[in-house]
Design a binder for this molecule. Structure first.
Ligand code: SF4
Ligand code: SF4
Ligand code: SF4
Ligand code: FES
Length: 948
């Protein structure tokens, strides 16, 4: 294995369809119009020396190293800023050019520190490379001349250093921060020779606006910006392409290694989801894989009050299997079940649901998508026929109007947010529906045309009102609707939305959104060109989550914004493989490919291959499992990679359900909160230690490749296989590729997927089959998957969760950039520096009424429970609304959320809880108890960890 070097073409690809032919050094080359001479030369296999150019950012033309001669033109223009022209004749290597380039390099080197041998970038430095490329052998000016200003080494960022003495002021970092990331955290301060790169107002990186995406570090041609891990470990010697294990963007990375140690994760330019960009989590927060808290040995205990006992894999697996068999013999076949994880690979997820259906013999399998995007599955399947988003991420580059509903892309889906921001800076218009003033409402060079700050829980009313304006103002795309949708259903729907009770003026009374804003937003979306909707958990995690998804689908159909580039309905999926875990059949009513278990032909296909009869009755969902546990009919649970105690709602109910079970098996990386209720702990493996695939929010299936041996001894799919064998249902796979082959054989939308194809193409978006052998970037192009698009009546029904004198505020929850979900991974990285604890955002008016000052402890109470956290006073939330994140177990905000859930899918209503906020002296009693429990757990585990 060697280091993967991606070609740097110097300037970005031109998207022109027109081509131009020119001659470079006597060789003809044809490239798209608008291509730079530099890029055309690289396409031809010739590299022109360069320093300030790199293909992730637009050409700048400052270093003057890339000079060329063009026949018939005077001078020596820079090849990075000069576009090709038909018939142009270019020379890249003449005596004059060689002389000029050497002169330029002499100047650079004369002021550069001469510490190459001990520099962390030695061997991986473009300045060094260019000195070699131009044949520089001496520097006529000596090395003692005036140097650039040097404000001193900045080590404030936990992951990279800034060493200004090495800076050549090429501005690649500044442009990367602006053009790729869109944060505008860097400037060049000073002028001429005194110029220097400056984060924000000459602040250290950590105090600046920098969000640690790493784009500047990647762009820097010298060691000025360098990863601390490279400084510590040395330059990498081999690399493997893999996929980020955090969010549903699915960024591709080169894991650059020394032996089996990760030196750094570099975003992969060929990654079709991220196109070479990253966020702080995927780029830097991988250290949890080798964190001392990793549990690497299996453990068992008979009662959850007993101490853990470290045992061999054999003993743990056999104990778990015998317990499950005992429970089924005593309480019946349906008394056990399993939970798959959206953090695990498709192959691992497929095996867990196979174990439940074939080895347990029931359909009691569910997944964490239950608590996030199950309404997406239901809503989009009902209206369009497929439980997935309609576009690829590239599609946003063609969008004219972007509507974001209940999503916070800069925190939740940062790399896609950067792509979105780029399109917005190019002039696309922006509509945001969110109770909070998320960053996208106003961010450098971007301002939303409309921000509709709706009251939590009123999505259906607002989206239906948008449709009211579209229909009553004659903005329906009738041609599209007549051709592509069920016309009768459309007419019923049009009559429904036209009712005056859905008018913006009426809806304003319910939602707090000014009527003129609803009207303006609807007109812009319907008439502004390509309209693309992106939505998140702020849509789904409601009692009417599925209804809102269908309301969005209706709106897109009515305006003809579906079935081509630049439009569509796009759920921004939360976890890395939430799409995949749903695709693989993790729900109790569906096998892979979203086929109902009651369908005889589907079951017959599985039964023939699996050799076991399948139950035709849907199994239990997670909340029903807990109810059944409390009823005494559900006694055993196998949980792979999911901390249900912390991530699911109504913690007390969950804890009571888990406590009532006789065998809870948790397979995880750490002693997560759910392990407090477990009888068997099976150590899990990280994404760095396994092979498989993840499917991102675009339906893109991408390879996860093992870069180090599993520290616990097994990849997660192997553990499921061991358990299944011990249960008496044999599984024998040699490699996850064989599991994917089985998925392909059983699932029509995956029929053309194989590891071989993924290796060849890099990734594919399902459906991938005979009709679409290379996958399907945009869906519903020539017709909806279900045939005619279905308009669904979306009556607004207010949630039962009501504010009142006792609980006068509405709590809504979300994520922050640096942390991920329950934080099991990110809390074990330096990312904690940005978010040490969950805080409660509260409007100044509400804070004042309660005598709460910024930073005070406050007690947050609902009818479900209470927690205590610190207050942050901010106008990001409207009066009457409070907001917090759910990353820290000592806050466990889900003790406050309620049992209400989506009517169709049981997705919990995390986004609306009536609460009261009062000043407090410090953590509540249960939080103290929790801290004590955690301390005990650590004490129990410490000897085991120390023994590693
Ligand atoms: S790390 Fe990202 S956000 Fe920070 S300065 Fe560099 S490019 Fe900008
Ligand atoms: S820090 Fe690096 S990328 Fe930025 S101007 Fe200096 S040398 Fe160029
Ligand atoms: S945007 Fe998501 S997939 Fe990409 S690096 Fe960040 S966490 Fe990973
Ligand atoms: S690379 Fe063209 S001017 Fe710097």
């Amino acid at each position: 294995m060697s280091l993967i070097h991606e070609i740097d073409f110097g300037t970005p690809r031109s998207k022109s369809e027109k081509t131009v032919t020119l001659t470079i050094d006597g060789v003809a080359v044809t490239v798209p119009e608008g291509t730079s001479i530099m890029r055309a030369a690289v396409e031809l296999g010739r590299e022109i020396p360069k320093l300030c150019a790199t293909d992730m950012v637009e050409a700048f033309g400052s270093c003057r190293l890339c000079l060329v001669e063009i026949q018939g033109r005077n001078g020596t223009p820079a090849s990075c800023t000069t576009p090709v022209a038909e018939g142009m004749v270019v020379h890249t290597q003449t005596d004059r050019l060689k002389r000029l380039r050497k002169g330029v390099m002499e100047l650079y080197i004369s002021e550069h520190p001469l510490d190459c041998l001990t520099c962390s970038a030695n061997g991986d430095c473009e300045l060094q490379d260019m000195a070699g490329a131009v044949g520089l052998r001496e520097v006529r000016y000596g090395y003692d001349g005036k140097k650039h200003p040097n404000p001193g080494l900045d080590t404030s960022n936990p992951y990279f250093t800034y060493e200004p003495s090495k800076c050549i002021v090429c501005s690649r970092c500044v442009r990367a921060c602006e053009e790729v990331q869109g944060t505008f955290a860097l400037t060049i301060a000073g002028r001429g020779f005194d110029s220097v790169v400056s984060p924000s107002m000459a602040e250290p990186f950590l105090q600046s606006e920098c969000v640690s995406c790493g784009a500047c570090v990647q762009a820097c041609p010298t060691a000025t910006l360098n990863e601390k891990s490279v400084i510590e470990i040395g330059t990498p010697e081999h690399s493997v392409v893999t996929t980020c294990a955090y969010c549903g963007v699915g960024c591709a990375f080169k894991a650059e290694m020394r032996g089996d140690e990760v030196v750094r994760m570099l975003p992969y330019k060929d990654g079709k989801a991220n196109r070479g960009h990253s966020c702080v989590k995927g780029r830097f927060a991988y250290g949890y894989a080798t964190h001392k808290d990793r549990m690497l040995k299996p453990m068992i205990r008979e009662k959850i009050t007993d101490p853990w006992r470290e045992v061999s894999w054999d003993e743990a697996i056999n104990y778990a299997a015998s317990e499950f068999k005992r429970i089924q013999a005593k309480y019946g076949r349906s008394s056990v079940g399993g939970i798959t994880s959206s953090r695990c690979t498709n192959e691992e997820t497929f095996l867990v649901q196979k174990l439940v259906r074939a080895a347990f013999g029931n359909n009691n399998v569910d997944t964490c998508a239950r608590v996030c995007h199950s309404p997406t599955g239901y809503g989009l399947k009902t209206t369009y026929g497929t439980s997935a988003g309609t576009q690829d991420f590239d599609s946003v580059e063609q969008a004219d109007v972007i509507m974001i509903i209940g999503a916070n892309p800069t925190d939740g889906h940062p790399v896609f947010a950067s792509r979105m921001k780029k399109r917005l800076r190019q002039g696309a218009r922006l509509i945001i529906l969110d109770p909070r003033q998320i960053d996208m409402v106003r961010t450098p060079h971007i301002e939303a045309d409309y921000h509709l700050p709706l009251k939590p829980g009123t999505n259906v009313a607002v989206v239906t009102s948008l449709a009211h304006v579209v229909v009553t103002e004659g903005l329906v795309n009738e041609t599209f609707v007549r051709e592509r949708c069920d016309w009768d259903e459309f007419q019923d729907w049009a009559a429904f939305v036209s009712d005056p009770r859905h008018s913006p003026e009426e809806v304003e009374k319910l939602t707090g959104v000014p009527a003129d804003q609803i009207r303006g937003a609807a007109r812009l979306y319907a008439t502004g060109g390509n309209g693309a909707i992106y939505y998140g958990l702020g849509v789904t995690e409601h009692s009417q989550g599925s209804t809102t998804v269908m309301a969005i689908a209706n709106l897109a159909m009515a305006t003809g914004n579906i079935g081509r580039e630049g439009v569509g309905v796009n759920p921004l999926r939360g976890q890395n493989n939430v799409q995949g875990s749903c695709d693989m059949g993790s729900f109790p009513h569906e096998v892979s490919g979203y086929r109902h278990v009651s369908d005889d032909a589907t079951r017959a296909m599985f039964e023939a291959l699996w050799g076991r009869p399948l139950d035709e009755e849907p199994g239990l969902r997670i909340p029903n499992m807990m109810d059944a546990a409390l009823d005494g009919s559900f006694k055993g649970l196998y949980i792979q990679g999911e901390d249900i105690l912390q991530s699911d709602p109504n913690t007390q109910h969950m804890a009571a359900g888990l406590s009532a079970m006789e065998c809870v098996v948790v397979q995880d990386l750490f002693l997560v909160e759910t392990t407090n209720y477990a009888h068997v702990f099976l150590p899990g493996s990280t994404f760095l230690e396994k092979n498989g695939t993840f499917t991102n929010a675009e339906r893109r299936i991408q390879m996860v490749r093992k870069v180090m041996a599993p520290r616990n001894g097994y990849e997660d799919w192997q553990v499921t296989e061991l358990l299944s064998n011990a249960l008496g249902y044999p599984m024998h796979y040699n490699h996850p590729s064989e599991i994917m082959d089985e998925v392909a054989a059983l699932t029509p939308t995956f029929a053309g997927v194989s590891f071989k194809k993924l290796d060849e193409l890099g990734s594919v978006q399902w459906p991938c089959n005979e009709k679409a052998p290379e996958g399907t970037p945009v869906m519903h192009i020539n017709g909806f998957v279900r045939g005619k698009g279905k308009f669904v009546i979306t009556e607004y029904v207010a949630t039962d969760e009501k504010t009142g004198p006792r609980y006068p505020l509405l709590l809504t929850t979300g994520r922050i950039l640096s942390q991920y979900n329950v934080g099991a991974q990110t809390r074990r990285t330096a990312n904690v520096i940005w978010h040490e604890e969950d805080v409660l955002e509260i409007h100044p008016h509400d804070a004042e009424q309660r005598g709460v000052r910024d930073g005070d402890w406050v007690k947050l109470t609902s009818r479900s429970g209470e927690t205590t956290l610190r207050a942050e006073i901010t106008e990001r939330v409207a009066p009457g609304v409070v907001y917090t994140t759910f990353h820290h177990p000592n806050t466990q905000v889900n003790v406050v959320t309620t049992e209400f859930s989506d009517w169709a899918t049981n997705c919990p209503e995390y986004k609306v809880t009536a609460v009261q906020v009062m000043p407090s002296n410090g953590p509540s009693e249960w939080q103290e108890e929790y801290e004590e429990l955690s301390r005990q757990a650590r004490r129990i585990a410490e000897p085991l960890i120390a023994a590693e």
